[in-house]
Design a protein around this ligand. Structure first.
Ligand SMILES: *Cc1c(COP(=O)(O)O)cnc(C)c1O
Length: 373
């Protein structure tokens, strides 16, 4: 196996899920497995977590198919935008469609009717994200239409928050442009009142809560919650109240592939952006930006070798980067920790100017995942 790999602690994921479950009490839990299970490796995470999940959430129909092909029977909601020509796949692989427009819903109805089958759908309401979904102010006709779609099983109705991770009592929500989660909840409740007014039952799965709302907004739980990043033990914002105790499950490891003493004044790597002031041990790690070790972390990142933190130096290359161990000794093959054991997704996010989500989902498929219990 490659000496650079990700170690994924499945038990930790289960503990995170259990902690979320306890917190949301009777609400069901949709486990979000999109984007290669937030970089953790869906091929290991999905089979392990599926027995404990009420629902699985993915962004793309292709991701849903991939999970079905593993032999997993748990219901799967494809949450992202879908094109009408992809509808047959929902039937073939028994996936739940996010019906996000009148046109998509009628295409699904027509397809299901022509095939004498039934498709399961969740109605997607846009209460303030302006992404996919029918806006709350035009939802009544949409719900009306759904009642007439005899070949659709309208199992759910949902919306997605734009700012649930902002801390509610603090100043971080003061921007006038920010749609507040309470406003989105109000709009969603208004849409749901359609069912009461008609005295007909609402779809059995009403859901809104992503990780921020799971932590912040008990009013948002309804029948099911949709935690993503929190399941992976990472909080969706730094200043959010950590009302649920979760821990990261990832370690990114490598091994020293080369070691040399670099003389003062010799530049290290492309662009010679870093020079040793005095003779220093420079070690090479066989991992680079093609693995998701962002080039933008050049001269900022740190790694752990033999229990001690050392600075990354010189341009991060596509497949390798260098570390300055100063006067310390090292052996070829010594273990290097790039992530975990005190180096967090937050650190990576700081070094790159991105968020923790992008850090995790960028770890490329070239890095083998090792699943441990
Ligand atoms: C990605 C996603 C989630 C999970 O978001 P987190 O912030 O990671 O919890 C929930 N719902 C939808 C619709 C999503 O696309």
């Amino acid at each position: 196996m490659r000496p650079t790999f990700l170690e994924v602690n499945l038990n930790q994921l289960k503990q995170n899920l259990d902690a979320i479950r306890t917190h949301v009490a009777s609400a069901k839990v949709l486990v979000v497995l999109k984007a290669n299970a937030y970089g953790h490796g869906v091929e290991g995470v999905a089979p392990f977590l599926a027995p404990f999940a009420d629902y699985i959430g993915v962004a793309l129909v292709e991701e849903g198919i991939n999970i079905r092909k593993m032999g997993i029977a748990t219901p799967i909601l494809v949450m992202g935008g879908t094109l009408p020509e992809q509808i047959p796949l929902f039937d073939e692989y028994q996936l739940t469609l996010a019906a996000s427009s009148p046109a998509l819903m009628s295409a699904a109805q027509q397809y299901a009717e022509s095939k004498r089958t039934r498709l399961r759908v969740h109605l997607k309401i846009d209460t303030g994200m302006e992404r996919v979904g029918v806006r709350e102010y035009e939802a009544e006709m949409f719900l009306e239409q759904s009642l007439k779609c005899q070949s659709l099983e309208v199992e759910g109705i949902f919306t997605h928050f734009a700012n649930s991770e902002a801390s509610l009592e603090s100043d971080s929500l003061q921007s006038d442009q920010m749609v507040k989660p309470y406003l989105q909840l109000e709009r969603f409740a208004e849409v749901l009142s359609f069912y009461e007014k008609r005295s007909i039952p609402h779809p059995v799965l009403r859901h809104t809560a992503n990780s921020g709302a799971v932590l912040n907004l008990p009013e948002s739980y309804y029948d099911m919650v949709r935690p993503g990043v929190l399941l992976y033990g990472v909080y969706p914002a730094r200043d959010i109240k950590k009302t649920i105790d979760v821990k990261p499950a990832l370690k990114w490891k490598s091994h020293i592939a080369y070691s040399k003493i670099t003389q003062p004044g010799r530049g290290v790597s492309y662009g010679s952006l870093w020079q040793a002031q005095s003779a220093a041990r420079i070690v090479t790690i066989p991992c680079g930006y093609a693995d998701g070790y962002f080039r933008r972390m050049t001269n900022q990142a740190q790694v752990i070798i033999n229990g001690k933190k050392y600075p990354q130096v010189g341009r991060i290359c596509m497949d390798q980067f260098m570390v300055n161990m100063g006067e310390d000794a090292a052996e070829l093959g010594d273990e290097v920790t790039l992530f975990g054991e005190g180096i967090t997704a937050e650190d990576f996010a700081d070094w790159t100017g991105t968020n923790e989500y992008e850090v995790m989902t960028n770890i490329s498929a070239r890095v083998p995942r090792v699943f441990v219990r």
